[in-house]
Design a protein around this ligand. Structure first.
Ligand code: FES
Ligand code: FES
Length: 154
């Protein structure tokens, strides 16, 4: 198996990956970063969203070997010095989660949304941008409120 390396949450990490190994499998099973979730096998749920070279992607749709040398940020990389990222804090504050399974992907998508769309986000934009993230618990209302508040705080 080829060995690959990537900078994950600011640290160089290496491991072996088969040509067919998905990025999400590499992150979870090889690197042991289990905050990134797998919620489907059809690339629909968004629980697996991470940032690769600064852009949000569904890590179940990328091969690990294709990300050799990339910079990757996972949900574990957002908090700094024991302090939650403003978007994480907003989800906590606004009860933007219930079971929490979708939450890492929601937050990684939301942070990317702010980078692309700015800090002033209206409800329509947030709902449209979260099209690729499915939540089976919350009914989305509090997630939208959390993203709006988190964006303003970023
Ligand atoms: Fe990637 Fe569902 S696990 S979209
Ligand atoms: Fe349970 Fe979203 S909080 S799936």
């Amino acid at each position: 198996m080829p060995a690959i390396s990537m900078k994950v949450n600011g640290q160089m990490m290496s491991g072996e990956a088969e040509p067919r190994t998905l990025l999400v499998e590499f992150i979870r099973n090889t690197l042991g970063l289990t905050g990134t979730h797998v919620g489907c096998d059809t690339s629909q749920c968004g629980a697996c969203v991470v940032h690769v070279n600064g852009k949000a992607i569904k890590s179940c749709t990328a091969l690990a070997v294709a990300c050799d040398g990339a910079e990757v940020t996972t949900i574990e990389g957002l908090a700094k010095n024991g302090k939650l990222h403003p978007m994480q804090e907003a989800f906590r504050e606004h009860h933007g989660l219930q079971c929490g399974y979708c939450t890492p992907g929601m937050i990684m998508s939301a942070v990317d949304m702010v980078k692309r769309k700015g800090k002033k986000l209206d409800e329509e934009t947030i709902r449209a941008e979260l099209d690729g993230n499915i939540c089976r618990c919350t009914g989305y209302h509090n997630i939208v409120a959390a993203v709006k508040a988190g964006a303003e705080a970023m």
